[in-house]
Write a protein that binds this ligand. Structure first.
Ligand SMILES: [Zn+2]
Length: 262
């Protein structure tokens, strides 16, 4: 079981079964439910223990046993042995993470969610991190080359990222540049439709900034912030706007027609 877990783990991080580098997030954290900060994968060792338990339960208490049939016939006070419940019973249930709704935003594209998940885990190999372990000879940000490249710098203190937000502010007609955008969005209040849209846009922005930063790192190429902003707008128009169910709240109608046509 540990071996199968290891294969799954390597596949998640590397896309293949051999182990080549340290994972960004510990496996026991990956196996937590999404609400508790994980990806909702199952830890096979625990799952196997529970499944064997179920087998034993049926051997001794299977429905062909007369007394079990009698117990079930007495009402639904007896709970059947459910693997999922037992699995949850065998692990310590942790607190819910405050960023759950942001990372798993309903209208967000899956690959955008994955990068947002790593960001909120603090699990990005930023240049500060790479510099600390001796992989990079500097800790300067790839995008602005003036400040240290940490997660909070990239999202969204960096001048480059901030200019992408300016583009989006003009498109959306709302303020996005704030003290701590990653924290601000967690408690962002609006109508459900607008909240879904802004959450998806922020995840897309995180994704595109990280993508541009990697292009800069690997190919030394750099696109201007408005070009990245326009890409985000195109992705959102193609993926999110078609998901809006009409009629929408009156106050959103004019706003929607503006962002649709701009
Ligand atoms: Zn920067």
């Amino acid at each position: 079981m540990n071996r199968i877990d290891a294969l799954c783990r390597n596949f998640l991080w590397e896309g293949r079964t051999e182990y080549t580098r340290a994972p960004l997030v510990a496996w026991d954290r990956v196996c937590l439910p999404k609400q508790e900060g994980g990806l909702g994968l199952r830890d096979l060792v625990t799952w196997n223990t529970v499944a064997v338990g179920k087998l034993a339960w049926w051997v001794f208490h299977g429905p062909d046993k007369l007394w079990v049939q009698w117990v079930f016939s007495q009402g639904d006070w007896i709970e059947k042995y459910k693997i999922r419940d037992a699995y949850n019973g065998l692990r310590d249930i942790g607190p819910k993470v405050p960023w759950f709704h942001q990372v798993w935003a309903t209208w967000s594209v899956p690959k955008h969610r994955c990068i947002a998940w790593l960001v909120y885990q603090g699990a990005m190999n930023t240049r500060v991190k790479l510099n600390l372990i001796g992989i990079s000879d500097t800790n300067r940000c790839y995008l602005c080359e003036s400040k240290e490249e940490t997660i909070s710098h990239l999202f969204f203190d960096c001048e480059y990222s901030s200019l992408i937000l300016v583009f989006l502010e003009n498109w959306l007609g709302m303020k996005l540049r704030r003290e701590n955008v990653l924290r601000w969005i967690i408690s962002y209040r609006a109508t459900r439709m607008k909240k879904r849209l802004i959450r998806a846009i922020l995840n897309a922005t995180i994704y595109f900034i990280w993508h541009q930063r990697n292009i800069c790192r690997l190919e030394c190429k750099m696109e201007r912030p408005p070009v990245i902003g326009a890409k985000i707008r195109t992705v959102v128009k193609a993926n999110c706007l078609p998901k809006i169910k009409y009629p929408v709240h009156n106050q959103d109608m004019r706003w929607l027609s503006k962002i649709r046509t701009d």
